[in-house]
Design a protein around this ligand. Structure first.
Ligand SMILES: Cc1ncc(COP(=O)(O)O)c(C=O)c1O
Length: 421
């Protein structure tokens, strides 16, 4: 049975050929429960956002308590404590100097805000010819029209739009690794330097998913690459934007991927795990230097953006609780244990079909030579009680950080068994 012309239109799906999705009746801890009573261990935390699993009692309580106060009010002309407190908390925990927070409702919109901020920053400062971005090949920054232009123009999922939206500059996806091969790293930095030296007059910002390029294939690279690119950007009046929608809140083993570097980006975007996966929300943070370019005597210099649901009180309250749990229950230690276990257990898988196995923080990735190898893995995993969703030539696990060791082993054993068979 395929989706056919169902009223509900599904993401990234050809309805004519795609099989019916699995219907979930409820979810608890790390388990998704099907209507037939069967359960699946969620190996990918609902696209990496459900870091506390499902129905964490403290998160449920936080959102319910807030519901009884107010579920929503607009932020134009009004304000409220949950948004004010969350903005302050994010300023406190992100790299030094990110002092201002603009809320929006999803990672894509948070990235649109980042792009718009960068363009208007230069415009307000009188550099209105700085209108282009540099991005990495293999990058993914969301699905909306602005950010499509900074996603990989050839292999990315929006390649068919690359002639429609503004043309941006792209440099090679860094292949020098998380612990860098310095010869390769130097070549990569040379490529960036050449592009920047030639075009800096037109470039507003350099945008990256720091340390881990997610949806483009889980490529890992080093803090050193970012340190060096940051210097080039600073020397040429180019803003550096970190898209931490996927990496934020521990996925790479540190609270933020930026913590693997010695720099503070000019703009940083958080989403997904910001609310512990409870409700959509994003935060775009900016340094005082960026903010001050909007802080003038002219209304024309103000930032003209305001999503209806920005700073939603339910989202902000649950985000504050999520961060509190993360800190009080030492999630970075839990992530370190997940990393050790993933490294040990995935490291034992041996197959000629595998190109590389890589792990970092709460991430385990198996990259194969031929994407066809993975065609049946989703069904195989479901039959073995695990939820995984491969794409292209990678299958990965990004489990909730509360996962029990035996459940994580069930995920790695399922992968082991798949490659054995
Ligand atoms: C790095 C990155 N940026 C932006 C987004 C878009 O976030 P959203 O799906 O919440 O719009 C994603 C989503 O996967 C992402 O991985």
């Amino acid at each position: 049975m395929t989706l056919k012309k169902s009223p509900l239109w599904y993401p990234y799906s050809q309805h004519k050929t795609m099989e019916l999705p699995i219907k979930i009746s409820h979810a608890k801890n790390c388990h998704l429960y099907l209507e037939n009573g069967k359960s699946l261990i969620d190996g990918i935390s609902s696209w990496w956002c459900a870091i506390h699993g499902y129905q964490h009692p403290k998160l449920n309580q936080a959102i319910t308590r807030q519901l009884h106060q107010m579920s929503h009010v607009m932020m134009g002309g009004l304000t409220h404590e949950p948004a004010q407190k969350l903005a302050q908390k994010l300023v406190d925990i992100t790299p030094n100097g990110l002092n201002h927070v603009f809320f929006s409702d999803s990672g894509s919109v948070g990235m649109e805000v980042a792009m718009k901020l960068a363009l208007q920053y230069h415009k307000n400062k009188g550099d209105s010819h700085k209108t282009k971005f540099i991005a990495l090949k293999k990058s993914y920054h969301g699905d909306t029209c602005g950010v499509i232009s900074i996603g990989d123009p050839q292999d990315g999922m929006h390649a068919q739009f690359s002639s429609i939206f503004p043309k941006q500059f792209f440099v090679s996806s860094p292949q020098s690794g998380f612990i860098p091969d310095h010869k390769l790293l130097n070549q990569e930095i040379d490529e960036v330097a050449t592009l920047i030296k030639k075009n800096h007059d037109h470039i507003a910002a350099f945008v990256v998913e720091p340390i881990m390029q997610g949806a483009g294939g889980f490529n890992l690279y080093s803090g050193e690459y970012l340190n060096q690119v940051s210097k080039l950007c600073k020397d040429h009046n180019i803003l550096f934007i970190f898209d931490e929608v996927a990496t934020g809140f521990g996925r790479t083993g540190k609270l933020f991927a930026a913590n693997h570097t010695q720099i503070t980006p000019d703009i940083m975007v958080l989403g997904k795990a910001l609310t512990g996966g409870m409700i959509g929300h994003a935060a775009t943070l900016a340094t005082s230097q960026v903010f001050d370019a909007f802080y003038t005597d002219s209304d024309d210099d103000a930032f003209m953006h305001g999503p209806t649901f920005m700073g939603n009180p339910l989202a902000c309250s649950v985000a504050l609780k999520s961060i509190e749990i993360f800190e009080e229950e030492n999630y970075l230690d839990k992530i370190a244990l997940i990393h050790t276990q993933l490294t040990e257990e995935l490291g034992q898988i041996n197959s000629k079909k595998i190109k590389e196995i890589r792990t970092l923080g709460g991430l385990g990735v198996i990259e194969v030579h031929d994407p066809k190898t993975l065609e049946s893995i989703q069904k195989f995993a479901v039959d073995h009680g695990v939820w995984l969703r491969p794409f292209g030539n990678v299958v990965y696990t990004t489990p909730p950080y509360i996962i029990k060791s035996q459940d994580l082993t069930k995920i790695t054993q399922t992968l082991t068994q798949f490659f054995k068979e």
